[in-house]
Design a protein around this ligand. Structure first.
Ligand code: RIB
Ligand code: CA
Length: 311
């Protein structure tokens, strides 16, 4: 039986690849996608998500969610524009979002479920935290939360914080402390699984809509990263969110440690930092399987195998 998943996205170029992997993998059933303010304004995230599903010919329900963080009225985005822009370079969407608000759909879906839907947030955790606040009983219905977010070694939008957590630290703190099994795929892992121009050329040779779309969005990422956040090798970029989905398909694509993780919400310099206790120095019990490494060749193989498929 395919594993049922829900992706919560701020589509974005790497969210797009995650959505295509989840929609096309025969081992996953993508129940729906919820959009959240993050890489760009939430209505652009919704349009981008609809564009992705239209382009690969998949009818997956899309629900629009929160347009601002839980309690950061001054939230502004700036670093993402070079890597994501506002609209994906794909044809305008013809399909429409669902009328229900994402938070209410998440609550209704989980309360009606058999507790078999893995939740995969790959943007700020605003929708998830809002759903938990509104209906705390959904927590017991979520078998696992696989988050793309966090960083121990290096931040990407401040020296100490990764964007998804930094964009709504209060929401991230609620989710990280909800008590359910959590796997976190942070920059420590995603920066060790880069996709380069040669990979994009191979994706284009595959010729499927998903492989071509992936080449388009990843080439944009590579130019954005080379210009603003050069990786340890130029001409390559992380595809953060897709690694989180691949970790569900094959957990060995990342290396994890079961540690205590919490989120700084009052730090002048460290707001949004995932504070990782690898040495048991604090009082918190381990609550997160935190990825510190990734298998780049395996990641590339997984993307090629799945994105070469057609709907
Ligand atoms: O820091 C990387 C994360 O922030 C990714 O999910 C990317 O899409 C952005 O949301
Ligand atoms: Ca994202």
């Amino acid at each position: 039986m395919p594993q049922r998943v829900i992706l919560d996205v701020d589509t974005g170029t790497d969210d797009a690849v995650a959505l295509m992997v989840a929609a096309l993998s025969p081992d996953l059933e993508l129940v729906g996608a919820t959009t959240v303010n993050g890489n760009t304004l939430v209505h652009f995230c919704t349009e981008n998500t609809l564009r992705v599903f239209d382009y690969i010919g998949k009818q997956i329900p899309v629900f629009e969610g929160m347009s601002m963080p839980l309690s950061r009225p001054d939230f502004v985005r700036d670093v993402a524009s070079a890597i994501h822009g506002d609209l994906l370079d794909l044809p305008p969407a013809t399909s429409k979002k669902q009328p229900q608000h994402a938070v209410d759909w998440l609550i209704d879906t989980y309360m009606a479920s058999d507790g078999d839907i893995i939740l995969v947030p790959v943007g700020p955790l605003t929708n998830i935290a809002a759903a938990i606040r509104k209906e705390p009983r959904i927590v017991e219905k979520i078998p696992e939360i696989v988050i793309m977010g966090g960083a121990h070694e290096h931040g990407n939008c401040t020296p100490s914080a990764e964007f998804n957590i930094w964009a709504d630290p209060e929401a991230a703190r609620i989710v990280v402390n909800c008590g359910r099994p959590i796997r976190m795929i942070p920059l420590d892992a995603t920066h060790r699984a880069l996709i380069d121009h040669a990979d994009c050329a191979r994706f284009r040779e595959l010729g499927s809509p998903a492989a071509i779309a992936t080449a388009v969005v990843v080439e944009r990422r590579i130019s954005g990263y080379d210009a603003t956040q050069p990786m340890h090798r130029l001409g390559a970029a992380p595809v953060h969110d897709a690694l989180a989905v691949c970790a569900i398909l094959d957990p060995s694509v990342v290396t994890t440690h079961f540690i205590h993780v919490d989120v700084e919400v009052r730090g002048e310099l460290t707001d949004g930092r995932t504070v990782c206790d690898f040495k048991g120095r604090g009082k918190g019990k381990p609550n997160v399987h935190f990825a510190t490494d990734a298998d780049e060749p395996k990641f590339v193989r997984m993307l090629s195998d799945i994105l070469g498929r057609t709907a």
